[in-house]
Ligand binder design. Structure first.
Ligand code: FAD
Ligand code: MG
Length: 359
């Protein structure tokens, strides 16, 4: 089998978004070594670099053209710069400074200004299912950056009063204003932005074939070096199940997945996952296990996968169908897989415990 498709399948097999570790890195390394040793040939020019110290996940950039090493360094430096500007885990990030200066207009960089306008647009498109002002409630569920604490209903109700993207306004050039007490969280959006920035750097540098894997969120540049489409596998969206559920063929597209199996904790027999319904402040009680959005527009796909998961199958489908340039795969708790019109015939079932409907 050709190494790129093996790579994708290997990554999706190994990669638990939440719990990626050096052990997993080792697994991938072992797998690749086994593959190489057993006679698979490495495509000419393939260079693959993984780092797991950025954006709280593992990031692998695999380029199938001959490029200088400094291009990888440039990409990872840019991701580090995005994290420094946008992480809510860093007190000195631009987003944290904005969060400390609510109740009036605050001057932000061009980059943050444009990104926040885009985020507010997708909040509107999703009817508030995706809402970057989820910060005050999200902070109740997080402890030391980890999603692990069950807040009281009273705490949630108090903080919900500060959630609502409509109160984020742009009163002037590079000015952002929020009501006192509001706080932004770009967890559902900034990883997509980082992926988009790296994609653009690689395209500007003449890269024609590359696979970018940001913790299971994928972008494929061009086709595989042999001219065929990339085959991107989606992990079975069930806690503890590392099998693959289906595979789709793509080129020059992202494959962004949101699901309840990624980051969660269990308390008194109940699973609490990290995708919150901004209307309730609790993990979205979705009829879905995961939503995967496929598009050339990466930040939009990141927002819409989160939104689709919150909305559920019916409303999520309606939202995606209305938008130009986005396709989606919805996997329900009843183990059914629904795809939007543009993916019909392009999705192959791998896990026979699931049913592919109307493909
Ligand atoms: P998505 O569905 O794309 O996003 C879910 C995340 O979005 C949640 O974790 C929450 O942050 C937020 N969210 C929840 N509900 C909603 C909603 N309804 N609307 C909008 N947003 C919502 N992880 C670490 O463990 N340590 C780190 O230091 C760390 N730093 C990060 C820095 C940056 C700049 C970014 C972008 C991410 C970082 N992460 C870190 C990862 C982050 O916490 C999320 O796990 C990740 O971005 C979620 O991506 P996803 O694709 O799994 O899920
Ligand atoms: Mg998202």
């Amino acid at each position: 089998m050709f190494l790129p498709s093996l790579l994708i399948i290997c990554y999706n097999l190994c990669m638990q978004k939440s719990n990626f570790s050096f052990a997993t890195t080792k697994l991938i390394a072992i797998f690749l070594s086994v593959c190489l040793l057993s006679g698979c040939t490495k495509p000419a020019g393939l260079t693959s670099v993984t780092r797991d110290d950025l954006l709280g996940t593992a990031i692998t950039i695999s380029i199938y053209d001959n490029v200088p090493d400094r291009l990888f360094a440039q990409c990872f430096d840019e991701i580090a710069a995005i994290e420094a500007r946008m992480s809510v885990n860093r007190k000195d990030s631009e987003i944290s400074l904005l969060n400390e200066n609510t109740g009036g207009a605050f001057l932000v960089s061009d980059n943050i200004y444009a990104l926040l306008q885009r985020a507010v647009y997708f909040s509107g498109v999703s009817g508030g299912a995706f809402d970057i002002s989820i910060g005050p409630v999200m902070e109740l569920w997080r402890k030391d950056g980890h999603f692990e604490t069950l807040p009281s209903p009273k705490e949630i109700n108090e903080k919900l009063a500060y959630v609502g993207y409509e109160a984020i306004t742009f009163p002037g050039s590079n000015m952002v204003s929020m009501e006192q007490g509001m706080r932004l969280d770009l967890g559902a959006f900034a990883k997509g932005h980082a992926l988009e920035v790296v994609r653009d750097i690689l395209l500007e540098n003449g890269v024609r074939h590359a696979l970018l894997d940001f913790g299971g969120d994928i972008y494929t540049i061009g086709e595989k070096p042999d001219g065929s489409n990339w085959r991107v596998a989606i992990k079975t969206p069930i806690v503890g199940d590392n099998s693959l559920v289906c595979v789709i063929e793509v080129s020059d597209l992202c494959v962004m997945t949101s699901g309840g199996y990624e980051r969660y904790f269990e308390q008194d027999g109940i699973y609490y996952h990290h995708i919150l319904n901004p209307a309730t402040g609790y993990p979205a009680a979705s009829d879905l296990l995961s939503v995967t959005v496929i598009s050339a527009e990466i930040t939009g796909a990141d927002a819409l996968s989160t939104a689709g998961f919150v909305l559920g199958l019916e409303q999520g489908m309606i939202m995606i169908d209305k938008l130009e340039g986005y396709e989606a795969i919805f996997i329900t708790s009843a183990k059914e897989i629904y795809v939007t019109a543009g993916l019909k015939g392009k999705t192959t079932l791998l896990n026979t415990g699931f049913q592919l409907k109307g493909n």
